[in-house]
Design a protein around this ligand. Structure first.
Ligand code: NI
Length: 170
């Protein structure tokens, strides 16, 4: 699936909750996982492929040889967040080749509906916690650059506008 690039109005929208987990949404989730692994990335949210629903996919296993852990999350929520914070250099498939340090809670208790519509809960720490929060932001129309200083955000946005103009001409 093509991944939308920032700036795009669809990346700024509040996504709608899923109340009926249809087969077409499961197919969407499977296609998103394939798109994420292909990119490659560690997470992909539905608005990044133009679908404004509360769904993202994740797999933060990066170690060579470690088994993949593909996760499909509908209606994801944070139940509790640690006071302790963590800083990660984040990137995003919608903002390729730009990175910035973002501070977020280090540990989050989370809840979601899995691919079969069953409620799941877990506690995520480190990279998994950061990824979950980054993807959840996407469902609320927020990007990682919304967490950084205005100067750097504007610089990245200008470079992305230029990249998109060049791609449109090619
Ligand atoms: Ni992203």
């Amino acid at each position: 699936m093509p991944i939308l690039l920032h700036p795009d109005p669809r990346l700024k929208k509040l996504c709608a909750p899923v109340d009926d987990l249809s087969d077409s949404l499961r197919v969407l989730a499977d296609d998103m996982l394939e798109t994420m692994y292909d990119a490659p990335g560690v997470g992909l949210a539905a608005p990044q492929v133009g679908q404004l629903v509360r769904l993202f996919v994740l797999d933060c296993i990066k170690e060579e040889g470690e088994e993949a852990r593909p996760m499909v999350m509908f209606n994801p929520e944070i139940v509790a967040a640690s006071e302790e914070m963590n800083v990660y250099e984040e990137g995003c498939l919608s903002i390729p080749e730009h990175y910035a340090e973002v501070k977020r809670p280090k540990v989050v208790d989370v809840r979601w509906l899995d691919r079969d519509g069953r409620e799941q809960t877990d506690t995520f720490d480190g990279l998994w916690a950061t990824c979950f929060q980054h993807e959840l932001d996407h469902l609320n129309g927020k990007l990682f650059i919304d967490h950084i200083g205005a100067m750097k955000r504007q610089m990245i946005t200008r470079k992305m506008q230029k990249l998109k103009r060049e791609q449109a001409r090619a």
